[in-house]
Design a protein around this ligand. Sequence first.
Ligand SMILES: NC(=O)c1ccc[n+]([C@@H]2O[C@H](COP(=O)([O-])OP(=O)(O)OC[C@H]3O[C@@H](n4cnc5c(N)ncnc54)[C@H](O)[C@@H]3O)[C@@H](O)[C@H]2O)c1
Length: 415
Amino acid sequence: MKKEEQTGIPRRMFLHGIGTAGVVMGVAGLTSRACAADVPRDSGGKVIPGFEKSGKTAPADGKGWRSVSNRKVRVGIAGYGLCRFGAQFFFDKHPNVEVVAVTDLDPGRCAGLAKACQCDKTYPSCEEMIKDDKIEAVFIATDAPSHARLAVEALKHGKHAASAVPAVFGPNAEKDAEMLLKAVKTSGRKYMLFETSAFHSDCYALRQQYQAGALGKLIYSEGEYYHYKDRTLGSYNPKTGKIDGNGWRRGLPPMWYPTHSTAYYVSISGGRLTEVSCLGMPSIVDHLKPANNSYQNPFGTEVALFKTSEGGMSRMAVGWDMPIAHGEKGRVYGQKLGYEPKVNRTRPPLPPGVSGGGHGGSHGYLMNDFIESILLDRKPVVDVGDALNMTIAGVVAHRSALNGGKWMKVPQYEL
Ligand SMILES: NC(=O)c1ccc[n+]([C@@H]2O[C@H](COP(=O)([O-])OP(=O)(O)OC[C@H]3O[C@@H](n4cnc5c(N)ncnc54)[C@H](O)[C@@H]3O)[C@@H](O)[C@H]2O)c1
């Protein structure tokens, strides 16, 4: 394995961005220092798709925005890994938020997150941070396998919880889904999945149209998440504590990361994916061969056909091994024309200082929606039922692909 792949840090960063002091701190500590001056990049030095500058990003001028409350929600943030995700959502800029604490298991990354969020208080782990009585809400941007466990812990401690995608992970998905649903119901707190496709401008516009009845039922929908990975992206490796090539992203079954696609049905209609038949093709990419990843996953691309709760059809695809395929996109086709002129399809203004940010200008909207759902005691745009359907649908799809496309029921988890 190449050195770059082991660390997930581009070679040019080693050459240009890191001095002797960095070498003394060790690779884990360096990741945040190296990244602080730059956008998240893959092991080849390319900007990770979704983090490039986008013309669709809303300006941070606050024009037209109205606060729904005078109070500030006290937030704790966990996770500053390869994508430095804890600092990507502008929590520290929102007039109704006070970031009271941050955490990452790695001290260097934790310090990087504290600096990025302009927050003095740090904890050595999310588990410790969750015990802080001052904190009302947490944002969990840790490695994917830990999301459900940490969200459940936070809810049990009476906190509202928002999580990066996916909501639950791989082999434990159904068990974790039950625990998460129970924790949301018992605590009465908000849970939201920060699914970035849900606030793409096209997805937002289609949701508005659908909810106004302009589309009728959705006959057919499609979603795609294509991100070519000839080498695995770095990610948190619990065995080393580092961001390296043997973390949770190595050989990840595509449909275990389904929500950028499945959002193009679930977050538009609020409906559910109910049954699935999925196919995959054995990959020629090294880390996507079953002998080379801990998931024994053979597939680099999986394509699923779902039945929907409206009686319609939905085709959702995730691909890591098609070099020319790229992007998070989708489309829906309803029974009606799909245009109701009175419906405002433009994403609303954001608070001053908060821009749309990455992934199609969705970051600021997701954060603002979570905060307003707490302040107004309303459903967040992707609540626990939506989040679990979007995620579990993919987990079952991968199972179907391993079984040659056998039709399987998607278990349902509802509030
Ligand atoms: N478009 C999107 O929605 C999008 C894009 C990129 C990343 N993500 C998601 O964001 C999350 C973070 O991505 P990443 O690439 O930075 O991940 P990563 O694996 O590189 O880093 C995870 C970080 O979490 C920290 N961590 C793990 N357990 C912890 C704990 N108990 N307490 C405190 N810190 C802990 C690790 O030390 C590490 O720094 C992932 O789940 C990923 O799926 C979503």
